[in-house]
Design a protein around this ligand. Structure first.
Ligand code: KIV
Ligand code: ZN
Length: 386
């Protein structure tokens, strides 16, 4: 099994979700839960962005003892100075410094030539080391739209300057698994000093491919994956770490990779992030959505009652959810209905059961989901004894 490091950026890229603004206490609570979840690195924020974020990062750096704490810095000495002040008390501080490398970003945003960008990147990694950082992650922003030869050249130089992790983000969620995997393979094959560092993937979900791209990166040499809880983040968000963790675990017949994540902490972590960010988890969201372990159709409910693995590839307990849920609706069948009635404490004769089932079916034409109270009303109506 190859060990994959997990870099959580819920408190930085995740907080960049439009409308999200976490206060210091909320960030600290999430940080403590991320530590329980078992991430290897947590990006606590972007200290140069505001005094509040600086203080939140500093508090997290002082509190968290078992996870490496990092913070983002642009390729500016002043950002690196602020990041050092925020992180210097951490048990295992790491600088995360980035600069864009794609032609479109270099020309229109940075207004710099490729050679100038290389010089700045090298200077900033060197400066980070001088400042006191032993671990420096360097990110090539918009790597997936960068010329591969140029990317290999700048990566080699920043490794020589002292970078310990190289992150190649799909900043705009543009790439596809094959292309993204090939970029990692290219670096492995064309950067002579690449094996000195961890290679990291950071995927955005604009085309819904963040998780698939992250897995492709792992298959081509990435040893660290970046993502967020519930997949929150800029625009369409980042790769969802709970999805990655579960995918690698339950498909370890196919993916020989392992992480330090504690899967049973998934639900609690997801709920906490959702509560503090105000970002509601969609019902159909993989792994943590309300419907992820709910079954509505009679055929599925019948299968699950006979053996849950007929329609469940993940057990709810694995991710910290108490049980699955058979939702009674218009597609539900007699088997699930009887099971539910028995759970509510009723034993019906065949005749009464048929009567109750008929009343239930007729109700489903008027109501999307039938609740326990609806069932009690039906049972009272047919005058059953408990
Ligand atoms: O998406 C991105 O490129 C980023 C970098 C700052 C790593 O978030
Ligand atoms: Zn990002």
């Amino acid at each position: 099994m190859v060990q994959i490091k997990i870099f959580d950026t819920t408190l930085r890229d995740g907080e960049q979700s439009p409308g999200v603004n976490l206060n210091q206490l909320e960030k600290l609570e999430i940080a403590k839960q991320l530590e329980r979840f078992g991430v290897d690195v947590m990006e606590a924020g972007f200290p140069a962005s505001s005094q509040g974020d600086f203080e939140a990062v500093r508090k997290i750096a002082q509190t968290i003892k078992h996870v490496s704490v990092t913070a983002l810095a642009r390729a500016k000495k002043s950002d690196i100075d602020v990041a050092w002040d925020a992180l210097k008390d951490a048990v295992d501080p790491r600088l995360h410094v980035f600069i864009a490398t794609s032609p479109i970003h270099m020309e229109y945003k940075l207004k710099k030539t490729p050679e100038e960008v290389i010089q700045i990147a090298v200077d900033m990694v060197t400066y980070g080391k001088q400042k006191g950082f032993n671990k420096i992650e360097w990110s090539a922003e918009d790597a997936s739209r960068t010329d591969l030869k140029f990317l290999a050249k700048i990566v080699e130089k920043v490794i020589d300057a002292g970078a310990t992790v190289i992150n190649l983000p799909d900043t705009v969620g543009y790439t596809t698994p094959k292309e993204y995997g090939e970029m990692f393979r290219y670096m492995k094959e064309n950067v002579p000093n690449i094996n000195k560092v961890d290679l990291s993937a950071h995927c955005h979900d604009d085309l819904g491919m963040a998780l698939a791209n992250s897995i492709a990166a792992i298959q081509n040499g990435a040893t660290q994956i970046e993502g967020t809880i519930n997949g929150i983040g800029e625009r369409a968000g980042n790769a969802a770490l709970e999805e990655l963790a579960v995918a690698l675990t339950i498909r370890n017949d196919f993916y020989p990779y392992t992480t330090n994540l504690v899967l049973k902490e998934i639900k609690r972590t997801s709920d906490l992030v959702s509560k503090f960010t105000g970002m509601v988890v969609p019902g159909n969201k993989a792994v943590v959505g309300r419907n992820a372990f709910a079954h509505e159709s009679g055929i599925h409910q019948d299968g699950v009652l006979k053996n849950a693995s007929t329609y469940e590839i993940i057990t709810p307990e694995l991710v910290g959810i108490q049980s699955n849920n058979l939702v009674l609706g218009k597609h539900s069948g007699r088997h699930a209905f009887k099971d539910k009635i028995e759970q509510l404490g009723y034993q019906l004769s065949e005749e009464k059961l048929a009567e109750a089932f008929k009343a239930f079916k007729s109700l489903t034409d008027r109501k999307k989901e039938v609740t326990d109270d609806d069932l009690f009303a039906i049972l009272i109506d047919i005058q059953t004894d408990v």
